[in-house]
Write a protein that binds this ligand. Sequence first.
Ligand code: PLP
Length: 421
Amino acid sequence: MWRGGAVRVLRGGGAGTPRSASGAASAQLRRRLENELEDIRGAGTWKSERIIASRQGPHLRLAGGGAGILNFCANNYLGLSSHAEVIRAAVEALEKFGAGLSSVRFICGTQSIHKDLEEKIARFHQREDAILYASCFDANAGIFEALLTPEDAVLSDELNHASIIDGIRLCKANKYRYKHMDMQDLEAKLQDAQKHCLRLVATDGAFSMDGDIAPLREICQLAQKYDALVFIDECHATGFLGPNGRGTDELLGVMDKVTIINSTLGKALGGAAGGYTTGPKPLIDLLRQRSRPYLFSNSLPPAVVGCASKALDLLMESNAIAQSMAAKTQRFRSKMTAAGFTIAGKDHPICPVMLGDARLAAVMAEDMLNRGIYVIGFSYPVVPKGKARIRVQISAVHSDEDIDHCVEAFTEVGRKHGAIP
Ligand code: PLP
């Protein structure tokens, strides 16, 4: 029973006045935090956030004025984040199923739309079953610990996404890290791992910093030779890589050789949020029993489920959107190369414009924004020293004119700063 008398009324400061605790420990904490923040600023690695005042899309309005900004830095590969049918599906799901479940899945948080979406994801990837998470970060955090024992081994590409690295940290299996996409090194590690019970090779399907695609055919061949399982993170592949957008495994013809796929609903598939694992039914059943981010976190909100479900419907009806993105990627890559830039990766909508120097990447990105093009410079420690770049991401909803405008701006800015002749 609620007892008014037990509640202490905080004095001082009306609504909107921040409160902070007093005392020596609080002061010590504040000093420590301020020093740490100063270190980050001093190291030049401070990440500031631009505030967008419109929907996600190829044309943005930034808070504080900038309208008509051309956006080349979202993971909105298929342009579904603001697709009319995706938004309508979210509104309908919101109205029919409510704002949220106020519960985890196994207590009272599973609705028919969650089951329908899991079935649709499994069908899309041609797998036995699927399980939803609040994010792919959670899916990666939850799988290794649930699946692997201290007798097993996990072999992970050194450039795997942070969430895979964290997920692997949480498990008790023996850990091997192989050099990025280096099949000789993977083979050596697989030989060493023969002494363990079960072996799992874990790799990003497409790597987000370089736009390069894992050599899955070779990985699967090695996995077969050394009796290992293959896990891929398809966050930068689901919906658009491969003839029908199924992902890296479809692109490279190894759909029947990859055992486990983790991916996100927060990039190409409507861009709202959410992640999943798809694979063998007993694995999915086990994750429902053991995977901590699934067991101890709220169900996906119905509106988010509605978005992703509609995005998958659109992709299963036709591959036209994915094909249009591929054509635009090709246009950008070939025009930029002709202008004298080096674009890392191959055929992927992540197009890193390699510049080398961190300062050059930062000033060029700033100058691009002055010309109405929103791109982001990446430098150490996000990418290796000497490999600073501006990462451009192409979307199906960019027009050819948008692409050409971006290339023209890069050419002007690149010449101004001596990045190209
Ligand atoms: N895996 C990769 C390769 C990613 O790029 C990301 C997001 O940046 C994630 C996992 C996490 O996805 P989510 O945003 O669904 O947590």
